[in-house]
Design a protein around this ligand. Structure first.
Ligand SMILES: NC(=O)c1ccc[n+]([C@@H]2O[C@H](COP(=O)([O-])OP(=O)(O)OC[C@H]3O[C@@H](n4cnc5c(N)ncnc54)[C@H](OP(=O)(O)O)[C@@H]3O)[C@@H](O)[C@H]2O)c1
Length: 283
């Protein structure tokens, strides 16, 4: 299933998509990574772009944008699954988030679809600090969030990608949900302290109330959908319900997940927090 049937990767340049793509190619699989900026184009908001991207595809890695927690995600995903099925797709691997009602509804849409399926349900990513909306704050030396002492088992996107690739390439893992977290519970302040210690420079963590935080982001130009999602993440996902580790990485790969300190050393060596490397949006 290599040259004739490329594995579709939705979210080409995303934190996980780029890793899934690189790993599959390194193993000799043909891939078709897609997003709004590829040919063929794939846009979640433009269903007529889905069929061309699915041509000749039997398997796909599906990362939804912006988040399965969004109110319209389940409906969009159901429509996508039906399009995929009608074009002969046999197996979908869906990236999901923990503790989100919308994500569970979307997972169920896939699990009940009759297609071969996997769900990789992940905790907050390590790479939010190095490749995403927290990066600029880390570089600036001050991270401000509406989160206190809640502990989160942050996970490495390299582990997520390895689990997704295992699911795509090993049929014995099919029809299973892998709930993947890192090996330890950390607060945002503890993460920042670890980055600060390893990088050897002062980075401060400040907690602020939610409403002024969202008000500030509204002034910065975030739209109502983006603000809704942040409210959902900071009130639902980070209310303590996810403060436990799970063993999805071991279950899929037979080894423990990577530690945050190892991620920080690698990210630092790769220049993740050097100012010239960063062009990230807020979301
Ligand atoms: N961050 C976390 O801590 C976390 C934790 C658990 C689960 N998740 C889930 O992870 C998923 C995001 O995955 P990720 O972090 O790997 O991706 P990401 O880094 O958010 O990257 C977004 C990717 O999606 C593409 N994209 C943006 N808008 C799109 C659209 N309308 N249609 C098609 N593609 C679009 C972008 O490329 P273009 O700009 O070229 O389109 C880019 O390739 C979300 O579903 C989220 O719920 C995230």
């Amino acid at each position: 299933m290599t040259a004739i049937n490329p594995i579709l990767i939705i979210g080409k340049s995303g934190k996980t998509g780029v890793r899934v793509d690189a790993l599959l190619r390194s193993k000799g699989f043909a891939t078709r990574p897609v997003s709004r900026s590829t040919h063929p184009v794939f846009d979640w908001t433009q269903p007529d772009t889905w069929s061309p991207a699915l041509q000749g595809v039997k398997q796909a890695y599906v990362s939804y944008h912006p988040d399965l927690a969004m109110p319209d995600a389940e409906t969009t995903l159901r429509a996508f699954i039906e399009t995929a099925r009608s074009q002969g797709v046999e197996h979908l691997v869906l990236l999901s988030g923990r503790g989100e009602d919308g994500a569970i509804r979307a997972e169920n849409a896939l699990i009940e679809s009759g297609l071969r399926w996997n769900v990789v349900r992940a905790s907050w990513f390590f790479q939010n600090f190095s490749e995403s909306f927290l990066t600029e704050s880390v570089i600036a030396g001050e991270l401000t969030l509406p989160v206190g002492d809640v502990k989160e088992p942050f996970v490495d996107c390299d582990d997520i990608a390895e689990v997704a690739v295992a699911a795509l390439t090993d049929q014995t893992l099919s029809n299973r949900l892998f709930e993947v977290t890192g090996p330890e519970l950390l607060t945002f302040a503890e993460c920042v302290a670890i980055i600060s210690g390893i990088a050897g420079r002062h980075i401060e963590y400040k907690q602020v109330p939610l409403e002024p935080y969202l008000g500030y982001l509204r002034e910065q130009g975030l739209n109502e959908g983006e603000l809704w999602l942040l409210r959902e993440l900071f009130t639902q996902v980070l209310d303590g319900r996810n403060s436990y580790v799970t063993h999805g990485v071991e279950e899929a790969l037979g080894r423990p997940p990577r530690r945050f300190t190892d991620f920080v050393k690698t990210a630092l060596a790769m220049g993740a927090w050097e100012r010239h490397q960063q062009t990230q949006a807020i979301l």
